[in-house]
Design a protein around this ligand. Sequence first.
Ligand code: SF4
Length: 265
Amino acid sequence: MPGKTEMSINSIIYGPVPSWRLGRSLGVDLLSTEGKTCSFDCAYCQLGRTIHPLVERKEFVTLSRLAEELKQVKRVTADYITFSGVGEPTLAVNLGEAITLARSVLGLPVAVLTNSSLMTGEDVRHDLSLADVVVAKIDAPDEETFRQINRPFVKYRLQEIIRAIKLFREQYKGNLALQMMFISSNKDCAKEMAEIAEKLQPDEVQINTPLRPCAVRPLSPEVIAPISAEFSSLKNVATVYEAPRPEVNPLDLKETLKRRPKINI
Ligand code: SF4
């Protein structure tokens, strides 16, 4: 299983990696811990189990270190700077400042991939509002399925997290994408998931299934197609099977593989 604790983290910037929605995505890992630090322990996580469960924000990487590393990659060809990495990026208390810094140094739009669990906090919603694109995850229509799939450490219930995304949607001027991961345990919940998406009014919906190696098997294109059809009343619905992937040349393959164990899927 990738994301092992013995790997040392030398660089907080990795990629670019091909992203099915963001093109060539230059990753910034503001946590950069050895082993995954997350507020969830999703059954399908490509990084293996959560080594460091965490629900409180803190500083992991200083802004001066980020500035130093950004200067070194100034000439990279990428479509987005994406805050992601070995865990949940909103756990970094300096995320907002880091977004502003990265955009100003590289002159690229910024995306954040979040599991949504800390969006109940006004500080987190504020930081995310500084990004050009926010990809927020919702994988379950009810509390039981939420606990089964995402195995949260946060105390918030699913409905509180959904309400927080709605609050964010009402204030956010950027592009909000909702990402929904479908696996065997929620494949029959597409209608309820589409109802949640309708309430949240995202700019796009990304219907995913875990194609990268993990503990859970992906659903086939034949199973994903009727799931996607349930979302027909929403705009910009895409599934992982339809997505083109751009060619990329990672800056440092070793650093990239720590965060994206299989680059080309
Ligand atoms: S939220 Fe993301 S990093 Fe955290 S356990 Fe789930 S898939 Fe892995």
